[in-house]
Design a protein around this ligand. Structure first.
Ligand SMILES: [Cu+2]
Length: 399
């Protein structure tokens, strides 16, 4: 099955000569008025800031408690090879290593991080994704869970986005818990994403791949050996892929990445689980369970731990994020452990991937060989005409 069969969304760029054209032409004058009004408002807004001595004079650049960033990171937004007709974008610590999901960011509570985003996505690509011609072209960085000011909000409404070819620094503050003030800390599992591509909510940016994970740890937290991100999204996708495309592990030499979840027995594996799009999902992993706490780990006496549910399936709505820590193969051994959405029609349509647990030496024991071959039944469902595009998932056989 070709990669193009895995196209995940049907709402590609609208051709200029599409059926909506007459309606659009009829409203050209009104649209120009709207454009003019926005240009004027933008100029007034910019002028207002300039008169007051620049935006920084009006709005704080950094959250309270962050005097200077402790660390800085360079992040690049680039266009990646298309998936069929589907535009794909990614964040990367270098332009060459951009991916979807983007790189996992890690912070320690109390830390302040400066992330400079470089927009290398061609303007023409952003224009194709734009759903409203009055919306500005750009990409942004909007983060969940940690503290930031309006200037780091990553929205068009706050002018905190990055036009093509430009850069902007966003400041994130992983505030500590304050028992005296009674405020929660920011330690937890979060995510960051675009909020500008296509429209005011970044729907096209997220749908094209501009998202990544953020872990905020407390100093005493258990450190994982490996961290993976599984983003559950629309059209039964995990990390915007489904079925065999979600798991491309090389059987001989598996390399960890967005489409290859692999660990040795005994390694502590962490999952950052995020929901995007419009659907509800559940995150379920075979053979492993975790404590439903901030870190996925429960400590204390039996009586204390009994207050905490042990789960192997957790509901995930759009925008939700949580973390899971497990010890790979703990008491269950090596093998191909399935990860999937437990909404049955989602998993049946290909919303699954696999955690490949190798033995302590890094080998899959005899009998654990793994067959990715497509079957004719998978191909048949694609051409049935009743299933959504790309739902003919190849069957993931385990011998
Ligand atoms: Cu689902």
């Amino acid at each position: 099955m070709s990669a193009s069969a895995w196209r995940l969304t049907d709402d590609g760029p609208v051709p200029e000569s599409g059926p909506e054209q007459p309606v659009r032409s009829g409203s050209t004058a009104r649209r120009m008025l709207v454009v003019a009004a926005i240009v004027v408002l933008s100029l007034v807004g910019a002028g207002g800031f300039a008169v007051a001595g620049g935006a920084a004079a009006l709005l704080p650049e950094r959250p309270e408690g962050c005097d200077q960033p402790d660390r800085s990171v360079q992040l690049y937004a680039v266009e990646l090879p298309r998936d069929g007709n589907q535009i794909r974008l990614g964040y990367g610590l270098t332009p060459e290593t951009a991916s979807y999901p983007g790189p996992t960011m890690e912070m320690i509570e109390g830390e302040c991080l400066a992330v400079t985003l470089h927009n290398q996505v061609p303007a023409e690509t952003l224009e194709q994704l734009r759903t409203d011609p009055t919306h500005p072209l750009g990409v942004s960085l909007h983060v969940h869970g940690v503290k930031y000011t309006q200037l780091s909000d990553g929205t068009a409404q706050s002018f905190s986005y990055v036009p093509p070819g430009q850069s902007r620094t966003y400041t994130w503050y992983a505030k500590k818990r304050d028992r005296t003030a009674g405020t929660a800390g920011t330690a937890g599992y979060w995510w960051y994403h675009d909020h500008v591509v296509g429209g005011p909510h970044g729907t096209k940016g997220i749908g094209s791949g501009l998202f990544g994970g953020l872990v905020v740890r407390r100093p005493g937290d258990l450190r994982p050996d490996r961290t993976y991100m599984t983003v559950f999204g629309d059209q039964q996708s995990i990390n915007l892929r489904r079925g065999a495309a979600a798991d491309t592990c090389d059987q001989e030499n598996p390399q960890p990445g967005p489409t290859c979840i692999v660990a040795k027995k005994g390694e502590r594996v962490e999952f950052i689980v995020v929901g995007i799009g419009n659907d509800m999902h559940t995150f379920h992993i075979h053979g492993h369970s975790w404590a439903d706490t901030r870190t996925g780990v429960a400590t204390g006496t039996n009586a204390e731990v009994d207050q905490i549910p042990t789960v192997d399936n957790k509901t995930l709505g759009p925008g939700d994020s949580f973390g899971v820590q497990i010890v790979a193969g703990d008491s269950v051994g090596p093998g191909h452990w399935m990860i999937h959405c437990h909404m049955q029609f989602h998993s049946d349509a290909g919303m699954y991937t696999t955690m490949h647990v190798l033995d302590e030496n890094g080998n899959m024991p005899p009998g654990g060989d793994h067959d990715h071959s497509a079957t004719s039944s998978g191909a048949a469902s694609t051409s049935s005409g009743t299933a959504p595009a790309g739902s003919g998932a190849t069957v993931h056989q385990h011998k």
